[in-house]
Each structure stands twice: as C-alpha cells, then as structure tokens.
Write a protein that binds this ligand. Sequence first.
Ligand SMILES: C[S@@+](CC[C@H](N)C(=O)[O-])C[C@H]1O[C@@H](n2cnc3c(N)ncnc32)[C@H](O)[C@@H]1O
Length: 275
Amino acid sequence: MAAPLTVDRHYGRAGIAERALATLREAKGPDAPITPETLAPIDHFHGRGVLATEELAVLLDPQPGEHILDIGSGIGGPARWIAYKRGCRVTGVDLTPEFCEAATALTAACGMADRVTINQGSATDLPLADNTFDRAYSQNVVMNIADKPRFCGEAFRVLRPGGVLALSNVCAGSGPPYFPVPWASVPELSFLATPDETRGDLLAAGFEIVSFRDTTDELRAAAARDRERVEREGLPVIGIHIIMGDRIREMRINSARSSEEGRTRTIEVLARKPV
Ligand SMILES: C[S@@+](CC[C@H](N)C(=O)[O-])C[C@H]1O[C@@H](n2cnc3c(N)ncnc32)[C@H](O)[C@@H]1O
C-alpha cells in the first residue's frame, strides 16, 4: 500500500540544486555566474517570483546587520535575495529535507554560507531560541499548516520585542481551489484560512497589526496573464519546474484560475510584537 501523501512528500524531490546549476550552465554557458539574481527565476517558489519577494522585502524593511528569520524558506531564494540586497543575515527553517539540502547547496554555490543558514524543522515547533530575530517573514507557507495559532505563536516567541512579521500568502475565498495547486496536489494538504481568521490568529498570539492588505483584486490581472502565458507557451527553460517537475504547469494554471474566480484570496500583512 502506498504511504499517505504528506506536505514534505508533496514538495520533496532529489537533486534540485544539481538540476538548477546544470540548467543555468546549459542556458548561459559553463562559466555562468551563480548569484541570487541568476538563480531568481528558479528559486522563488510563489506567484510572481522575485517581484513578490522584493515587495515583501519593502514591507519588511530589513536593515543591514539585522538577523532575519524566513519561516518556510523553500530552496532559499528569498533568504539569499534579502541577505544579498539588504546586507543582513537570514536564518531559514523548512519542513522539506530535500528543499533544505538544495537551499544549503545553492547558498554555498553563491558564496553566501556566512550570511544564510538553513535548518530543517517545522514552523509549528521552530528549532530556535526565544526573542532572537529582529524581523521575520513567511511567503506562501501557511497554506500547508493546519494549526495556524501555533504558527503565529512560534513566530511571536522567536521575535525580539518590537520585531515585525511580514506575511504574504493565499487565503480562503468563495470556494475550494482547483486542485492540484502548487502548495497541494490534493485537498488534504491544503489548509486555507480566511483573511479575517488570519487577522484573528495574529491578534490572539499577541501581535499588533501594522498593516493588513487584501491584494486579490490588484493581482487578478497578473494571475490571468500568467495563466494565459503558461497555457499558450508552456514552461520557460529556466523556472520553478526545476523544483516541482512539469506538474507545476497544471498547478500554476489552477492557482491562477482559483484566484481569478475569487475562490482564493491573497493577503500581505505586517504585524509587530509589542515592546
Ligand atoms: C510554496 S513553498 C514556498 C517556499 C518559499 N517560502 C518561497 O517563497 O520560495 C512552501 C514551503 O513551505 C514549507 N512548509 C510547509 N509546511 C511547513 C511547516 N509546517 N514548517 C516549515 N515549512 C513548511 C514547504 O516545505 C515549502 O518549502
């Protein structure tokens, strides 16, 4: 009998870093530089890629020398981007062992091992000390987490007083998304809260809300453009199929359709742990 599908099995595939580096070198030549910029089409695993990471970085506003936490760091693209662009140190935590392995290998390939550290672990039981981080962020992760109060409580625990948490993720809308989506091949792996429930969970954990935006309407046109491009042209040579395989084509189309039809919503939040 097949083992049940779990979140880490949904994501994990062996050899991600090797495939990413080989694809870059094949497309750009054997001496292609390996940097957060050249890796960006591959290693930002969420809608609108590095553009969305940069928007989240603007909201988070990390300062040089600060210690930042990435909750659900994937293969490390956002962590490397923020460390590289903002001159800070980033620690990532991710559930999927193959992603942590790829994140560590790609960070070494970028020569950034002194600034970005990745730990395997769960957002609901962070392997990190209390009151450690100046700021934290989590991008498209909570959709896999059933126990959202615990997610918020753990983020609160590891932030320093006065520290902020930036969230960008998919929420529940008018109905279930079309499956498979990038975060879940089957409904059993998807746990969508409404924007109001998310606000309530953050407040219950002790956070103050600094800003809370429902970005669904402003991103609807981008979702439609992305869907039409993937339907028409298929996947680009350098892209996140290197992480997820060709199944990402159907997942991206379903994700965009779900958002276009209001079945899902997207939010961008900044919350603060009071001093
Ligand atoms: C869609 S990917 C986003 C990765 C990364 N945040 C990015 O934007 O590139 C979702 C990530 O959440 C991670 N994840 C899911 N549940 C988690 C949990 N309970 N604790 C830590 N990471 C988790 C997955 O392993 C995966 O890397």
